[in-house]
Design a protein around this ligand. Structure first.
Ligand code: NAD
Length: 485
């Protein structure tokens, strides 16, 4: 299988190659074969991309929101028409099952383009009446050149979740995908171009962290939006602060999922599966600490293990019957297997899985630990793999306190039939995105993002508009101007 793009980068409306950069091999995680070779951006490539984005800004910002939105919505339609081939690219890029990518990646990207395309014409300021007949108004202005930097778990979605609101507001963008998954963002750029996007408005450059750092360090850049880990987020935030640039940080987590005895246990098991094993567990908002009320703990674990034993189909992700794929690369597989060993050595009980299953691809079985204590490594650190920890609790107060006892604050969930308790718990969670009797849904209409170490700002929904534009205030004096002398 080959997935070689026309060139490594997409700059100023065209594919662009410079093979002087270090090679980036794109590896299919299901069998370890190289499906494409790309080259890291050289200084000449990043310079060309930022120059193109800067030059394209004024004309793009001068278009009406309706005109900009029309292009984004056309791109959304094209993405839906191309869903099959985009999903196949995404599967080659990430190793995620086609069964998933067909419904969760290009479609989610298309949703963002459609939503922000529809919103673009309504991005306005406000009128503020003031004493004495004076008044003020605000103009929502684009920030300028935005840099988007992506993680490898949802490459198409991340590119669109950043590009769609940025472009709707009249900004331009240079996007750097993760070096692990360089393919999908190029397809997004090509589609935007075919939908009528002016050259230079959306550019893609490839590279590792150094290329991201070079982009952030450029004084023509007004904003940086990162999806990545907390350690990278700290570096990127600090570098952006040096230039007083706006930031959005979508970072990692160690989110809690609370299951009360009065919950519909089958639904709670579904929530735990969605929150731990979708995309082989490589989802930032995963509810990896599953707190289950003592008296239903055994029942919950038995139902969960049965669902995994009977339901998981591992295999070639290109086979649409397969519902559980490999980890994205060998390094991530190693990290996950190390955590599994730590879980065992620190005394957690392995209730299911725990092994690598395939010698060529990077498959790790869905894994369930029980008897996990809060101080164990697997309960404290983000694993970013298919490892679920079951912890027991006795009271609501205890569960909420332990759920919040983490430096992360991305997501949290609760399963219960008690209406008042559900809302009490949601109010008490220290997390940006909370779920009651569901887990991990992220429709574009709702704000998504983290608190505490898990991030700054929100993606999606009307909230994203405020993170890709700023208010200019205009005071209008209508009467005399009184001065002290
Ligand atoms: P990562 O932090 O290793 O890399 C993220 C991106 O940052 C990559 O493109 C990388 O090249 C770039 N980068 C690395 N160092 C940089 C630097 N100094 N300056 C600029 N850019 C730099 O993350 P990853 O391993 O690709 O992704 C997994 C992580 O992403 C997990 O922690 C996960 O929770 C998080 N994530 C968060 C969300 C969210 O929305 N909150 C979504 C997906 C993934």
């Amino acid at each position: 299988m080959r997935a070689q793009p026309k060139a490594s980068h997409f700059v100023n409306g065209s594919y662009f190659e410079d093979d002087a950069g270090d090679a980036i091999d794109c590896i299919y995680a299901a069998d370890g074969t190289v499906v494409a070779r790309l080259y890291e951006a050289t200084d000449a490539v990043t310079e060309a991309a930022i120059s193109a984005a800067k030059a394209a800004g004024p004309a793009w910002a001068a278009m009406t929101g309706t005109e900009r939105g029309r292009i984004l919505r056309r791109a959304s339609d094209m993405m839906r028409d191309l869903n099959q081939s985009l999903s196949e690219t995404e599967t080659l890029d990430t190793g995620k099952p086609l069964q998933e990518t067909l419904v969760a990646d290009a479609t989610s990207g298309a949703d963002a383009l459609e939503y922000f395309g529809g919103l673009a014409g309504s991005i306005t300021g406000e009128h503020i009446p003031l004493p004495g007949g004076d008044w003020a108004y605000t103009i929502r202005e684009p920030l300028g050149v935005c840099v988007g930097i992506g993680a490898w778990n949802y490459p198409t979605q991340i590119a669109c979740w950043k590009a769609a609101p940025a472009l709707a507001c009249g900004n331009t963008m240079v996007f750097k995908p993760s070096e692990t998954t360089p393919l999908s963002a190029l397809r997004v750029a090509e589609i935007l171009k075919d939908a009528g996007l002016p050259d230079g408005v959306f550019n893609v450059v490839q590279g590792r962290g150094g290329v991201g750092a070079a982009l952030i360090g450029d004084n023509r850049v007004a904003k940086v939006s990162l999806t990545g880990s907390v350690p990278t987020g700290k570096k990127v935030y600090a570098a952006a602060a040096a230039g007083m640039r706006h930031v959005t940080m979508e970072l990692g987590g160690k989110s809690p999922l609370l299951v009360f005895a009065d919950a519909d246990l089958d639904k709670a098991v579904s929530g735990a599966i969605l929150g731990n094993f979708y995309s082989s567990g490589q989802v930032c908002s995963n509810g990896t600490r599953v707190f289950v009320e003592n008296n239903v703990r055994d029942d919950f674990v038995a139902r969960l293990v049965r669902r995994l034993r009977d339901g998981v189909i591992m295999g070639d992700p290109m086979d649409e019957a397969v519902n559980f794929g490999p980890l994205v690369n060998e390094a991530q597989m190693g990290i996950v297997l190390d955590y599994i060993e730590k879980g065992k050595s620190e005394g957690a009980v392995l209730a299911y899985g725990g092994r690598r299953t395939d010698r060529n691809g990077f498959f790790v079985e869905p894994t369930v630990f029980t008897d996990v204590r809060d101080d164990m490594t697997i309960a404290q650190e983000e694993i970013f793999g298919p490892v679920l920890s079951v912890l027991d609790f006795a009271t609501e107060e205890e569960a909420l306190m332990r759920a919040n006892a983490t430096p992360f604050g991305l997501a949290a969930g609760v399963f219960t039939r008690d209406l008042t308790r559900a809302h009490r718990i949601a109010a008490g969670f220290e997390a940006g995105t909370c779920y009651i009797n569901h887990y991990n849904a992220a429709p574009v209409e709702m704000p998504f993002g983290g608190s505490k170490l898990s991030g700054v700002g929100r993606e999606n929904s009307k909230a994203a508009i405020n993170h890709y534009s700023e208010a200019k205030t205009v005071y209008v004096g209508m009467g005399d101007v009184e001065a002290p002398f």
